[in-house]
Design a protein around this ligand. Sequence first.
Ligand SMILES: *[C@@H]1O[C@H](CO)[C@@H](O)[C@H](O)[C@H]1NC(C)=O
Ligand SMILES: *[C@@H]1O[C@H](CO)[C@@H](O)[C@H](O)[C@H]1NC(C)=O
Ligand SMILES: *[C@@H]1O[C@H](CO)[C@@H](O)[C@H](O)[C@H]1NC(C)=O
Ligand SMILES: *[C@@H]1O[C@H](CO)[C@@H](O)[C@H](O)[C@H]1NC(C)=O
Ligand SMILES: *[C@@H]1O[C@H](CO)[C@@H](O)[C@H](O)[C@H]1NC(C)=O
Length: 496
Amino acid sequence: MLLSYLLYVFSFFCSTVAIQTFLAVNRSTTTTLNNENDALLPHPQSLSLLSYDHFETLEPHPIYPNHSVRIKKTDFCDGNVSAYTGYIDIQARHLFFYFFESRSNPDKDDVIFWTNGGPGCSSSLGLFMELGPCRVLDSGGPKYNPYSWNTNANVFFIDQPIGVGFSYAEYGETVSTSEDAAQDVAAFVTIFFSSFDQFKGRSFHMAGESYGGRYLPLFASAVYDNNAKLLAAGQTPINLTSVMIGNGITDSITTLLSYFDVQCTAASVPPILDIKTCVYMKSTLPRCKKWMTQSCVDQFDSVNCGAAYSFCSSVLSTPYRQTGMNPYDMSRKCDGDISVTLCYPMTKYILQYLDDPAIRTLLGVEPSLTANFTSCNHDVGNDFRAAQDTLHPTKDYVSALLERGVRVLIYVGTYDWICNWVGNERWTIALGWSGQREFAREELKEWYVDEKPAGKMRSVKGLTFATVDGAGHMVPYDKPKESLAMVQRWLRGDDF
Ligand SMILES: *[C@@H]1O[C@H](CO)[C@@H](O)[C@H](O)[C@H]1NC(C)=O
Ligand SMILES: *[C@@H]1O[C@H](CO)[C@@H](O)[C@H](O)[C@H]1NC(C)=O
Ligand SMILES: *[C@@H]1O[C@H](CO)[C@@H](O)[C@H](O)[C@H]1NC(C)=O
Ligand SMILES: *[C@@H]1O[C@H](CO)[C@@H](O)[C@H](O)[C@H]1NC(C)=O
Ligand SMILES: *[C@@H]1O[C@H](CO)[C@@H](O)[C@H](O)[C@H]1NC(C)=O
């Protein structure tokens, strides 16, 4: 502590980032940077020097003049580690995040960035339902999660894009493409690593699930490409090591076609739909594949691609939706009204927790956000769909990252319908990159946790595809122990 305090003082002189403090009660004024009444404080050497009462605002980074970060210490959720919450401010747009230090060795352990999907869903679902240090699964409030991903890593949860969770914009601006969202995420990552010296150069993993399969290859590519700018400015690049995608939609066309396999064959659970429906579905597959390939892949034609996707998804997905089964877990019925509960009624406890005024104050949530918390913002989702963001695959970004030595883990719970394992295996095998032939030839083999089979996997030259047996869409919720074992082995660079 003393040592880091001394470094803190000295680092002031070579700092590129100035700090202003604001009382938390005056938080609503923090968007007014450079207020002459606010004292400038030196660049913090260590997150641990931040205050519980104050938000500290990191002033704009030279290559991101329009972005800054507000951050405070927030003692919650994991009583054994330091936790922080804050906002990334991009002029009048503000992205909320949670940051938990590692339970093992925060000064050495890797950093994981986590985003949920949607588009439009809050990462508080990932945090409080799946992989966070505490989970809110019943009316009893947060409970310690022994399988949290911060067991050996420092972990971020971010509400993005603006409009999601506690993120907001002052003048009604919106983001409706993953490309635009990627610019804000890359700016955040840069500002974070350049502001907190102890994390500089630390191995960095970008993770998420579901629509994260579209986001993350773009986000990681933006971070990678941004490193050229950092190097040119004489700064430490981000040590982007890997991308982890759980039950992702990285190739929406392959995913859509794979609905046939998971509901009409025994690929996952015994066939669910009747023979007549399955035979009709099968007859449309060649036409859907050809139509979507021509109008969405070979050359993107928004009218034709939209029409193809709409026809094919009505044939391939409507019958399953009508069964009343859970789209995130083919082994069970949807519990509750999907538009309210996402088929998991316990999500209401997370909403109640985040609506508690005391919790909002603790987290430093912008006071003008008075509406009840919603786990998924449907306006954001609709904006992305209207922009046809959902129809643009990001698998080519995956190959580009692999060629540059960034490892990629595609893991999939086998019971998921919506972003199922069949579609994910198919696109990883078809992916054009220098390891393709070897990857496609590699047999799936079992991986184990506590000497029990946990799923199957194949891994070649940095690309790993893994299934998690008996898990639905939200793997760390269904299989917390197995998911932590998988992540620990992945971070160590081991086969698993
Ligand atoms: C904001 O801070 C000023 C001092 O800088 C203080 O006088 C004022 O009462 C604060 N505002 C609120 C709402 O507490
Ligand atoms: C910052 O914002 C200003 C005003 O909106 C804009 O003109 C400028 O291009 C932005 N700079 C960067 C680097 O994005
Ligand atoms: C701290 O960690 C232990 C397990 O090592 C756990 O039992 C305990 O609940 C944790 N404390 C808090 C406050 O979360
Ligand atoms: C990036 O992280 C890896 C793994 O921790 C480490 O081996 C490597 O030296 C780091 N690279 C840089 C440039 O810091
Ligand atoms: C917020 O939720 C509570 C119940 O949790 C409900 O009574 C209230 O009407 C909701 N408020 C709004 C603005 O929807």
